[in-house]
Design a protein around this ligand. Sequence first.
Ligand SMILES: Nc1nc2c(ncn2[C@@H]2O[C@H](COP(=O)(O)OP(=O)(O)OP(=O)(O)O)[C@@H](O)[C@H]2O)c(=O)[nH]1
Ligand SMILES: [Mg+2]
Length: 637
Amino acid sequence: MAKYTTENIHTVALVGHGGAGKTTLAEALLWKTGAIGAMGSTERGTTVCDFDPLEKTYGHSLNASLVNFPYKGIHIHLIDTPGMPDFAGQSIAALAGVDLAVVVINAQNGIELNTSRMMRAAAKRGLDRMILINKIDADNVDLPGLIARIQDVFGKECLPINLPAHGGKDVVDCFFNPDGDSDFSSVKAAHSALIDQVVEVDEDLMALYLEQGEELSPEQLHGPFEKALREGHLIPVCFASTRTGAGVMEFLEILARLAPNATEGNPPPFVRSAGTEGEEFHAVADPKKHVLAHVFKIIMDPYVGKVAVFRVHQGTITRDTQLYIGEGRKPFKAAHVYVLQGKEYVETDALVAGDIGAVTKVDEIEFNSVLHDSHDEDNIRLRSLDFPTPMHSIAVETKKKGDEQRLFEVLHKLEVEDPCLWIERHPTTHETVMRGLGDLHMRVKLEKILKIEPLTRGSGFEFASEVKGGVIPTVFIPAVEKGVRQALDHGVISGYPVEDLRVIVYDGKSHDVDSKEIAFVTAGRKAVVDAILKASPIMLEPIVNIEITAPDRFVGDLTSDLSGKRGQVTGTESTGGDLMSIKGMVPLSEVTGYQSRLRSVTGGQGAYTMEFSHYAPVPPQTQQQLASQFKLEREEE
Ligand SMILES: Nc1nc2c(ncn2[C@@H]2O[C@H](COP(=O)(O)OP(=O)(O)OP(=O)(O)O)[C@@H](O)[C@H]2O)c(=O)[nH]1
Ligand SMILES: [Mg+2]
């Protein structure tokens, strides 16, 4: 059986923007607790969490990875998530596995795009939140200024729980410690601010505190502290440098002593229903109850097969437990249960409520599946998380004919691992399209697959012949179809393929001597162009909501760049420090490859996200412009 109890399990996700130091922090914690003998680094590609070869190439996390370690009798399950916005699918999904989200902020950059996004996502999920300001060793950091900005943007509930001391070489606790020296602010003031905030959630304690006027003990404060976290009434802020090690032990102490245990977080939003809505179901983190576990991550491991990573919310899973999936038709028995440590699967006897573990080789399990061991819990599901809609798409095809099925299998594997990667098969063109969150997202996924290249468009229409009396000889009907296809493939008004169309040929003429195949091809092409032009066609294009974050000195350049791309700026606001967020709407066609545009405008200091908004007709002058340009090209042909 497990060597620890549900009350001793703390589950934590490290989230925040790319490059903030999450993976290095996870590594430092593993090292300090003795789980590893030496500390690796993401630059050298030697960390436990970034084990994927592509993560080593890019120097960034691309997947959420799991580690666990004991510290002072507490068992900590930690999820290191990717911070780059393109990989948000993995970081948002990880929130369903934990009770506490620690948002790591890079002291040099302040609040960045994914800082705000993950703060919001964690709050929406009802998670306890904490902020860790990392890289306090770096030059030119303004920590008091950053605290002020954090409070400005995320609220006065963000209060330092420790403070840098001795020029950032140390970090001094302000929660258990009522007094002391620090680099700025005073420990005493920070301590009272924290305690004041905590007692606000407990009237009795507040009365006692005011009457007695004496120090409350950590034991007295524990319950109210957890309550304040649950209610979002307190968001502790701590400091660290994972490079020098300052604040790492202090953070570990906080994780062990103050992070919620598996019974102290807000209950996960389960519902009992066959649909998405339904009556709420309260899982109770009790190892003796029926099993209820939720799958928040799927790994398609080339050696192990399908791996389902889940959080046990109720009950105990052993290797003999018979489990049902979702509506509970067919049970399966997990031959082995595992705990993940980076890339290692460590077999274990039992996973209790609060634990994060995995089973392998069960094909029916999907992302978001609920596993249970009694029909009493059939049709329980966890409310879905909000994922950004993948807006970038590319068509993929195999070089060799006959490899399509294999390609589809490979793409499907990528899809089941990532909630923000969609693979679609176009029913008429038979085109396989991959949709993701951005250029980088697509690039990384494509690097996983070999030998793929952009598709030449297929034939997206239905063709029928209703020719009567043989006015067009049957042998020439395919020629007409060929001409029609040519017209549709090359576009009629603008050079974009025309899709979803039914063309019926019903009449024509032929001549015994002059009728040649080429004549029918041409006739078919011209007839379609004519018909479409007579229908006064309009062109529609997808419009996206875009949010850009960059230092304020670039705002002018970025907004005018956006306007130049037929975009519309709907608002700009400060997100703290010198960072500004620009929101707007822009046609998708104008922002393909925006990543490199943004990089060149901001010198690599900008980030952006976008999601689909709606379809809108292209402006008349654009349509005209595209049309006349196209006409010119056609004439040149
Ligand atoms: N100066 C300084 N650099 C640090 C510190 N912590 C991490 N770094 C460096 O910052 C860079 C990014 O660190 P990572 O741990 O990979 O950051 P991450 O948050 O995991 O990034 P993503 O995986 O992209 O989300 C690396 O070059 C680290 O060596 C720190 O405390 N001080
Ligand atoms: Mg990382």
